[in-house]
Design a protein around this ligand. Sequence first.
Ligand SMILES: *Cc1c(COP(=O)(O)O)cnc(C)c1O
Length: 395
Amino acid sequence: MKRSIYLDNAATTKTAPEVVEAMLPYFTEFYGNPSSVYEFASKSKAAVSENRDIIASALGAKDKEIYFTAGGSESDNWAIKAAAEAYESKGKHIITSKIEHHAVLHTCEYLEKKGFEVTYLDVDEDGAVKLDELRKAIRPDTILITIMYANNEIGTIQPIKEIGEIAHENKILFHTDAVQAFGQIPINVDECHIDMLSASGHKLNGPKGIGFLYIRTGVKIRSFIHGGGQERSRRAGTENVPGIVGFGEAVKRAVSTMEERAAKEIELRDHLIEKVLAEVPYVRLNGHRTNRLPNNVNFSFRFVEGESLLIMMDMKGISASSGSACTSGSLDPSHVLLAIGLPHEIAHGSLRLTLCEENTVEEMDFVAEAAKEIVGKLRNMSPLYEDFVKRAAAK
Ligand SMILES: *Cc1c(COP(=O)(O)O)cnc(C)c1O
């Protein structure tokens, strides 16, 4: 039987069985609209409120600071566009980084067309924002700093606390896209001076189509969807009650298993990294060696084309990614890999493997062997590699 090894948990995760179970009654039994006044709807209303509490406490936030949305992209769009609009009279300058998710980058580009100015900070070779450059980029008219908590492609965790302190000292609003970090590593919005934070259910074994934006009390921000009075009139629309229940359950699960899960994933991750680095020549690990998400592995193999590598891995039953899911399929190399300084041809030969706690050491060995074999085959067909070997031999 062909095996199936899913190593694309940064793209999405399996919805946990207990999450599905928690959601089911809210489709079939307690389907009332939380805004309705009769007794029947009180169960749905209570579920929204209980799960808002669960999520808020996972961040050290207050329940009324959590606004449910339809996912990470919506939360990023809301935070950035609405903050820009609300603080426009103070200035029109925004600071972000070159390695953000497209939900942030494309929103910033949209605002540039609307007359805002955006500074896209460089990152170091590991993918971390340089704090001195952040300080230098701040201007009197800077109204927002938006920098992700951890990167979805290379896993590098940003110095969020320091960034938050810089933003706070300069009285600039700080938003972080924590879609990859939330549920994986501990986050506290007060300790890090975070004013707004985006997260999404389906990245932590919750359902798709549900997310939230944390907005600190006192932050002036416009409503994103106009309509009914839901989410304190800031995000209209009947609440996705089953989604909220599932998200809450996923967060409860993520928080209670975090330490153990991270330890297990780090062991698998490091095993895979060490094995591939030891056995495959001309390979590079992208992202910081240790200051990275517990489940993220990202390699660049020289003289290999990422798409071919992915297809051949798929033939062995391994689901992986060459960059972010949104850019897979396009021929441009990942903006993240270019930003950490990789030349185009090396960035092209990249492979992202994102694990979960259910993976095994045996699977990691299988994947490392598969990578070794496939990379070898692809290099044997590569004129560039042939040339390289000949030149090396002639030396
Ligand atoms: C997946 C992801 C998003 C988008 O979240 P959706 O819920 O899929 O819209 C945004 N930012 C990062 C870092 C992500 O990994």
